[in-house]
Design a binder for this molecule. Structure first.
Ligand code: GAL
Length: 316
């Protein structure tokens, strides 16, 4: 029985992870660092919807394991895929991916996890991701607007906003730049704040919940939670609801995932900054069409190897 169930699961996986309308289509390999990541799930769906009519594709999920991803990458190379979209587990690994792909004349599009190597020197590799500095600035603008309109409850009446930051993975360009730029911009905007803690929760809702428990002693003092993504913001929401039954502070996220936007509708999260999946997917499609079919869109700058897409503020 166990065997039959595993077999059914395997078949379902194979069907889900590859798509083919026509055998003559060019082949695209897609590598995703973690299939449990909420934002990347929505991103992948959008990429697949955009390419599936015109290209054959296969997806490999790495479960945050670089060795696993490297073997999936080699597999696509050995099977002569025409292009590989890489959401790298370890950004340091991208240099060796670029080298191997160039030896085999296969273009790469890195997405969401920026390669830490000289993409500009590569023949035909690109990066598509969010403009994370801009995201940090927009989060600070949200705080400024809240201060101006007295929307943050000053629990201890000191005129200073007691703040914590929930940070994504260490050394991920989006966690680092969003955090630094947010802090810098608050200073430039003359917002009086006190940073009580920066807590790393690796983009994950459950880990953010646990981090909030660790910060429990200071919870009564916190007036603002700024999160590097919506899922961690939701982890904070979960914890506050469990502890107090209500949320009496302001929370800001990033991404604009379906669950994040629902939480804004329900007044659990105040605002988010989008990590624009539609625009990023469009850029991926344009680069793909250019590299694999020679189609040129005169409005697109193919010289720019780092396509950084700005987000927008969403609030109720
Ligand atoms: C970020 C996003 C996070 C997470 C991460 C994965 O851009 O905001 O939610 O998906 O990428 O690399």
């Amino acid at each position: 029985m166990k065997k039959i169930i595993s077999y059914i699961i395997l078949i379902t996986l194979v069907v889900l992870l590859s798509g083919c309308k026509n055998n003559s289509h060019k082949k695209i390999g897609i590598l995703i660092y973690d299939k449990e990541d909420t934002f990347m799930k929505e991103y992948l769906t959008s990429v697949i919807n955009t390419i599936e009519e015109e290209y054959y594709y296969e997806v490999g999920f790495a479960d945050r394991n670089q060795l696993k991803q490297t073997s999936q990458f080699i597999n696509f190379i050995d099977r002569k895929f025409d292009l590989i979209i890489v959401n790298a587990v370890d950004r340091l690994q991208s240099g060796s991916f670029i080298e191997k792909a160039e030896q085999n004349n296969i273009p790469l599009i890195f997405i969401n996890r920026e390669p830490q190597s000289l993409l500009n020197d590569s023949k035909n590799s690109y990066y598509v991701g969010s403009d994370s500095k801009n995201t940090g600035l927009l989060q600070a603008n949200i705080v400024k607007e809240m201060v101006t309109n007295n929307k943050i409850k000053d629990k201890n009446n000191d005129g200073i906003i007691q703040t914590i930051i929930l940070k994504g993975e260490q050394s991920h360009q989006d966690s680092e730049s969003r955090t630094i730029e947010f802090i810098d911009s608050l200073g430039k905007l003359d917002v009086s704040y006190e940073l009580l803690a920066i807590s790393v929760a690796n983009w994950d809702r459950k880990q953010a919940f646990d981090k909030m428990r660790e910060l429990d002693q200071m919870l009564d003092n916190i007036e603002l939670i700024v999160s590097n993504n919506d899922d961690m913001a939701l982890g904070a929401v979960d914890y506050l609801k469990e502890k107090y039954g209500e949320i009496d502070l302001k929370i800001i996220g990033v991404d604009g995932t379906n669950s994040g936007l629902n939480a804004i509708d329900n007044n659990e999260i105040y605002a988010t900054v989008t990590n624009d999946i539609v625009a990023q997917t469009e850029a991926i499609k344009k680069i793909t069409d250019y590299l694999l079919k020679g189609i040129i869109d005169s409005d697109f700058n193919y010289e720019e190897r780092f396509q950084l897409i700005k987000g927008e503020i969403v609030k109720k």
